[in-house]
Design a binder for this molecule. Structure first.
Ligand SMILES: [Fe+2]
Ligand SMILES: [Fe+2]
Length: 235
């Protein structure tokens, strides 16, 4: 694929997404800023980027989604005074398993067939298998990012990678719950046959509708400006 085809493809995908981050700062710059703020080592940055590389090449929309979910998860972690490192790593790496999903399925904007939906489910355990042995704690957390939705998955979780304390075992699903909020919020900005285009207010309504157990936190996240109803005007 040449450069102009690449740009055309990117523009096409961008038109399928309602931007909500102020374009004054690019997404990669925002991530670099977080790397700096959290004091993430060069080796760890390289590790994160290496795991993201296959989805960056295969589907840049999924790649950008991963960066934004990393950014939002970190903000949520900071807001609730829990481990923002754990949430940033899990957020940015949550969909790495989609590197093994067919590109046609990733780019699907029509309604998914039951086969597509079944295929995509594998990305959670695929991601876990990819990350284990390098980012173990992120691997544990990402297992939970689709567990809280209706028809959540995977039904059966792999055995924990380590003998965690009871406290840590409690925190893993909690981090997964926070990550799921960031994931759904970003996903609702995607224009597809199921949703969209939605306004910021409509997205907010759906966030409350889909996450009734997190009503108080959601209200606080919107009050705090971590989630907003802002969308970048289309030029
Ligand atoms: Fe996912
Ligand atoms: Fe996601």
């Amino acid at each position: 694929m040449n450069e102009s085809q690449r740009i055309a493809r990117r523009k096409d995908r961008m038109s399928n997404f309602i931007e909500y981050l102020d374009p004054v700062m690019s997404l990669p710059d925002r991530i670099n800023q977080i790397f700096e703020d959290l004091g993430i080592s060069a080796e760890q940055r390289e590790g994160i980027n290496a795991f993201l590389c296959p989805i960056k090449v295969k589907d840049s929309a999924t790649y950008d989604h991963s960066l934004r979910v990393g950014l939002l998860s970190r903000e949520i972690g900071r807001f609730v005074h829990f481990d923002q490192w754990a949430l940033f790593y899990a957020g940015i790496l949550h969909d790495v398993g989609k590197a093994l999903t067919r590109v046609e399925t990733l780019r699907q904007t029509d309604t998914w067939t039951p086969e597509d939906a079944e295929e995509i489910k594998a990305h959670v355990t695929d991601g876990h298998r990819l990350l284990r042995g390098y980012f173990d704690f992120s691997a544990e957390i990402i297992l939970w990012h689709h567990r809280f939705q209706r028809g959540g998955y995977p039904e059966k979780l792999p055995e924990p990678l380590h003998g965690y304390s009871e406290g840590t075992m409690t925190m893993i699903p909690f981090y997964g719950r926070m990550l799921a909020l960031a994931d759904v919020y970003d996903a609702l900005h995607r224009i597809n046959a199921k949703f969209g285009p939605l306004t910021g207010e409509m997205i907010k309504e759906k966030m409350f509708l889909f996450n009734p157990d997190q009503e108080v936190l959601l209200g606080n996240l919107y009050d705090e400006g971590i989630f907003t109803t802002y969308t970048v005007p289309q030029s």
